[in-house]
Design a protein around this ligand. Structure first.
Ligand code: ATP
Length: 793
């Protein structure tokens, strides 16, 4: 039935309606002008109504007659329309109607898109109603602001939902309008703020870089401007004269105007061309973002849940327990000891930390600081306490600090530092909550800024706990898509718990079974592979014209980088080496060279190293390593020499152990009580993460072929992926050797596609890796491919 209906009805509809809508150019001119004039007339009538409406009230209700005397600027009809639209209609919002009629005239006159005009009318009517209700909301009776309609709708709504309800309804109306009309979303609002912040930062840094060049440019531009101002009149009026003359001498106003017009035209053409080019690339990225939203690296594990705080333990002994008596006692002892050596004190102040209390002393005038520094051991003896450290003077304060351990030290729980506002709200790229400072403040540092960390401490002083604190911090803050760990653990016990999160957070070599590296040869391969990853990333950054990984990832998220060119979202990679001494003793230069290379170059591309050692001797922490690890943590060490090796100053030998540590990032040395995270807590966290949906595999690092393993890749035919042949067909057909092509055509994850490309390379079907370019395909067609594969067997 329905079919019959459409069949019979369509033709007559077309026949009747089409001609009636087609206006000739002349009709358009007349009709369009009529609407424009009506719009203007109505607008005048409305404006006038606000001044003359009251005076005209008497004649508004009478039948129009030629003798009636109206005040309205456009007479009786004006008064009548004003009354109808403003007083009895929508109030001041009625002006929108005159605007819409005017706009309709323009659309008809210029034959513009009618669908757009309909849209304007639709939204215009809605805004009129909304505005009239809004104005009516604030008025107690019908008036010329909100009109009768606004007032009545308000009264009606308020009877049912009250004043608050109406105001919320108005707000909802506004939000709906913005959301639908301008496609405003919550994300777009936040991204505006974020990108504005980023732009500002970029501009500031660009400004710094370009400070000299623009000055030159401006000068030359100014010089050109001056030159041309003199040259134009000369060319037109006195072509033979070479010398420049001021414009006013010649005053060829007409010629000059003509000249300017010509120049403008030429300029316009140029500018248009540039704009077109720009808008094409911008539009593509903008359009992609508009259609698909910003690229979300977390999408593959969109449902991933960060570990909750409850997995971390609360400790009873948290909170500072030092009492007044202990404070007084220590103060008296310090004053007494110093007095014994004839050092007078002007004032003394105590700051209580979780493990130590800092007594800040202002000595009397004329006391030499070195004298107090030399008395370090004597003061320690008289206070009969381990772990006294004297800081003379405290940098930037001009006082002398004496750190005295508390009798009952408190545990700084990992929970308390993770829960701290400082950590939770930190905008750092790789935030690490290390513990609490002497003034009991949570100490959060950015690994990305360090950019590498050296950790040393004698056995049993808290190194492993420290490493766990670093890893836990990152697990609480970073999505699996954003950071990957490479864990090297020669002791084979400390980091094994992290095996459970292999497919979420760990990176490994393609051929290795375990992600956690315990054997030394594998460490060498991994470090070299990381160097290749570093080179690849530099190539990607170079092609994307980005200076660092953060910029690159923002660009990638904004869809300005094409994945077909090899671009991809780059996670940070954190390499953790527990027991570096072991490694350097057995592998020496083979380890030192790639570590030093990574440490020197990897900061911009998001590879960060954390190296821990029990033995901070100079043959382990060599000059080249030290030079590239400005950020260092020292737990308690056994000698002053060890302290100097790690920190370039003594002090670490005077720590009290159990997570008491010194942190330096170049200048100041800060005493921090490391946050305590126990093995069961780490286990709970890794269990929690490990039980969630994961990537198909760990993050695969590039293949590294060690010197001993002969030439080229050597992948056994029987080990090939099931999709090997399909992949070969795709690659040969497209004559393009890229992993992303395989990802798209065979619907694979990146890792598997990468492995297939490696296998295709080993089989001689594609050429070697060439940075961001697609690999060369070595087989020309499918027949050649068949032959090639047959010959292999
Ligand atoms: N931040 C801390 N707060 C409280 N106690 C701690 C802290 N760090 C370490 N400890 C205590 O010290 C002990 C040893 O710590 P940890 O295992 O980290 O030492 P280590 O330096 O790694 O030793 P090794 O080098 O022998 O592995 C822990 O079991 C714990 O009791």
């Amino acid at each position: 039935m329905a079919k019959r209906k459409t069949k019979t009805k369509k033709p007559p509809r077309q026949k009747i309606k089409r001609p009636s809508f087609k206006l000739s150019s002349q009709q358009k001119l007349v009709f369009g002008s009529l609407l424009i004039i009506c719009g203007i007339w109505l607008c005048i009538a409305f404006v006038s109504y606000y001044f003359t409406g009251k005076a005209d009230q008497s004649i508004i209700n009478t039948f129009p007659s030629r003798t009636s005397n109206t005040q309205n600027w456009v007479s009786q009809f004006g008064a009548w329309f004003g009354e109808f639209f403003i007083q009895r209609g929508f109030g001041i919002a009625s002006f929108i109607y005159s605007g819409l009629i005017f706009l309709s005239g323009v659309y008809v006159l210029m034959s513009l898109n009618k669908a757009k005009l309909r849209k304007h009318w639709f939204w215009g009517i809605l805004i009129t109603i909304w505005l009239s209700v809004l104005f009516g909301f604030f008025r107690s009776k019908t008036d010329i602001l909100g009109g009768t309609i606004g007032f009545e709708i308000n009264a009606f709504l308020q009877d049912y939902i009250g004043k608050i309800g109406v105001s919320l309804l108005l707000l909802l109306g506004l939000i709906t309008y913005l959301a639908i009309r301008f496609r405003v979303t919550f994300e777009s609002i936040t991204s505006i703020f974020k990108s504005a912040k980023k732009d500002l930062e970029n501009e500031i840094s660009d400004l710094k870089d370009d400070l000299i060049i623009p000055l030159d440019n401006n000068l030359s531009e100014e010089a050109d401007a001056i030159k041309s101002a003199y040259e134009i009149p000369l060319q037109n009026d006195e072509p033979t004269k070479k010398e420049a003359k001021p414009v006013k001498d010649i005053a060829p106003l007409e010629v000059k105007v003509a000249q300017e017009e010509e120049e403008e035209e030429a300029l316009e053409m140029k500018v248009e061309k540039v704009e077109e080019e720009l808008s094409e690339t911008n539009n593509l990225a903008n359009k992609l973002v508009e259609d698909f939203g910003e690229f979300d690296p977390t999408l593959e594990l969109a449902k991933y849940q960060f570990p909750p705080l409850d997995l971390l333990k609360k400790y009873d002994s948290e909170g500072i327990t030092i009492n007044q008596e202990e404070l007084e006692e220590n103060k008296n002892k310090i004053v007494e000891t110093l007095n014994n050596y004839k050092i007078g004190i002007a004032s003394i102040k105590a700051t209580i930390g979780p493990t130590v209390t800092l007594y800040e002393i202002v000595p009397e005038a004329g006391v030499r600081i070195s004298k107090i520094k030399n008395l370090e051991d004597d003061i320690a003896l008289s206070l009969s306490a381990l772990g006294i450290r004297i800081i003379a003077p405290i940098p930037g304060k001009g006082t002398i600090g004496i750190e005295v351990p508390n009798k009952n030290s408190t545990i700084v729980s990992m929970r308390s530092v993770i829960a701290s506002k400082k950590f939770q709200t930190s905008e750092m790229q790789l935030p690490i909550a290390l513990g609490k400072t002497i003034s009991n403040e949570t100490f959060v540092v950015d690994l990305a800024k360090m950019p590498h960390l050296l950790m040393a401490g004698a056995t049993g002083q808290g190194k492993s706990v420290g490493l766990n604190a670093v890893l836990t911090s990152l697990l609480y803050k970073k999505h699996p898509a954003e950071v990957k760990f490479i864990l090297v653990d020669p002791k084979k016990v400390e980091l094994t718990l992290f095996n459970k999160i292999e497919r979420h957070y760990l990176a490994k070599l393609p051929d290795s079974e375990d992600a956690i590296i315990t054997d030394n040869t594998k460490v060498i391969n991994t470090l070299n592979s990381l160097c290749i990853e570093m080179d690849n990333r530099y190539e990607l950054l170079k092609n994307a014209l980005c200076r660092n990984i953060a910029e690159y990832n923002v660009k990638f998220k904004n869809r300005k980088l094409n994945p077909n060119d090899g671009h991809q979202f780059l996670p940070y990679i954190v390499l953790v080496v527990d027991e570096f001494a072991d490694l350097i003793m057995t592998a020496g230069k083979e380890v030192e060279t790639p570590i030093a290379r990574l440490a020197q170059l990897a900061r911009a591309i998001g590879i960060h190293l954390i190296i821990a050692t029990q033995r901070p001797s100079v043959n382990v922490i060599t000059g080249i390593i030290k030079a590239n690890f400005p950020a260092r943590i020292a737990f308690r060490v056994t000698s002053k020499i060890d302290s100097r090796t790690i920190l370039d100053t003594s002090g670490a030998d005077q720590l009290i152990g159990r997570g008491d540590m010194l942190f330096t990032q170049g200048n100041d040395v800060i005493r921090v009580q490391c946050a305590f995270v126990d093995t069961p807590e780490v286990e709970k966290i890794t269990d929690y993460i490990g039980s969630q949906k994961a990537y198909p595999d760990a993050y695969l690092l590039p293949e590294y072929v060690g010197e001993e393993s002969g030439t080229g890749l050597d992948i056994d035919i029987s080990d090939r992926d099931k999709l090997f042949k399909d992949a070969a067909i795709v690659i040969v057909t497209a004559q393009q050797g890229s992993a992303s092509l395989l990802q798209r055509k065979l619907k694979l994850g990146y890792n598997r596609a990468g492995r297939l490309i490696d296998q295709l390379e080993a089989a001689g079907i594609v050429g070697p890796f060439e940075g961001s370019k697609a690999r060369q395909v070595l087989i020309t067609d499918l027949i050649a491919l068949d032959q090639h594969l047959e010959n292999e067997i």
